[in-house]
Design a protein around this ligand. Structure first.
Ligand SMILES: NC(=O)c1ccc[n+]([C@@H]2O[C@H](COP(=O)([O-])OP(=O)(O)OC[C@H]3O[C@@H](n4cnc5c(N)ncnc54)[C@H](OP(=O)(O)O)[C@@H]3O)[C@@H](O)[C@H]2O)c1
Length: 269
């Protein structure tokens, strides 16, 4: 069943940049009421002003560091208090750090897990009881193509996104009885600050850049807006990544060889 977007209350994490900001613009155009969350408050203020001017959007901004579980809970509570309800939670905020597995500092690994996985666990645990009381809701988790296929130098990032995909699949079945729907979004390589500002100092000099094949953030935002309407189980952007994920499940050894060739890593002797 399709949900009417107009006047739905949607909380978007990571709204200060990239996919989150593009999603806010897309949903504002459709008439949603928005709660925008990130650490950089001035970016959120600029975006809220833009949305008010262009679409007369009622946007509520909340600055929070989602690595802190208390701040995650406060984010959900303050948005729900402001609007009196919460229809859709989009867990989009994310962090990418890349380095050889054996060289990556443990601290970096913990930041990755805290932002990409634990923040989502805490957000779901804060939002789900509230959605249950209001008769249902929709939670959209932005994972990654590497949720289906780990890649060299991003093994830990991939692990956080595999964890997120597993969390979403389990929660979807568990919370169906409460009428809480879940969607996993699997973006490929997207043109945002995340790849643009990536610290490549620990990567081999010949590590591929992929700059020319990156998809605009607006494509993901449009897919997320469609997901808010249609509540699908999974969304791949671009669409053909679904086929790649099948290939990864069916012939992982073949995909290993292709990945090794692409990333020019050494074959086992
Ligand atoms: N770009 C890609 O190629 C790609 C591919 C697959 C999946 N994804 C996923 O898509 C999502 C959005 O990524 P993007 O490409 O749009 O990245 P981005 O442009 O770097 O934006 C990341 C957003 O997350 C927020 N954020 C990060 N850490 C946070 C924290 N501790 N607390 C609160 N907010 C935090 C940032 O806001 P502040 O810095 O202001 O806090 C920013 O708004 C992420 O989950 C990412 O893993 C991206």
């Amino acid at each position: 069943m399709q949900a009417e977007l107009s006047s739905q209350v949607v909380l978007i994490t990571g709204a200060s940049a990239g996919i989150g900001a593009a999603t806010a613009r897309e949903l504002a155009r459709a008439g949603c009421r928005l709660a925008l969350v990130a650490r950089r408050k001035e970016r959120l203020e600029e975006l809220a002003l833009e949305l008010k001017t262009r679409h007369n959007t009622d946007a509520f901004i909340h600055a929070a560091d989602l690595e802190d579980p208390e701040q995650v809970r406060a984010m959900v509570e303050s948005a729900a208090r402001h609007f009196g309800r919460l229809d859709v939670l989009i867990n989009n905020a994310g962090l990418l750090r890349m380095a050889p597995l054996l060289a990556m500092p443990l601290d970096d690994m913990e930041h990755l897990m805290d932002t990409n996985f634990w923040a989502v666990v805490h957000a779901i645990r804060a939002a789900a009881p509230l959605m249950t009381r209001q008769g249902g809701g929709h939670i959209i988790n932005v994972a990654s193509a590497v949720s289906r296929r780990g890649l060299p130098y991003m093994a830990v990032y991939a692990a956080t996104k595999w964890a997120l995909a597993g969390l979403t699949e389990g929660a979807r079945i568990e919370l169906a009885a409460e009428n809480i729907r879940f969607t996993t979004v699997y973006p490929g390589s997207i043109d945002t600050e995340m790849p643009r500002n990536l610290d490549r100092s620990r990567l081999p000099a010949n590590y591929p850049n992929h700059a020319r094949s990156r998809v605009p953030a607006e494509r993901v935002a449009q897919a997320i807006a469609r997901a808010v309407r249609e509540k699908p189980v999974e969304v791949y952007v671009p669409w053909w990544l679904r086929c790649v994920s099948w290939a990864c499940a069916i012939c992982p050894g073949f995909v290993d060889r292709a990945v090794r060739r692409h990333y020019k890593t050494q074959s086992p002797t």
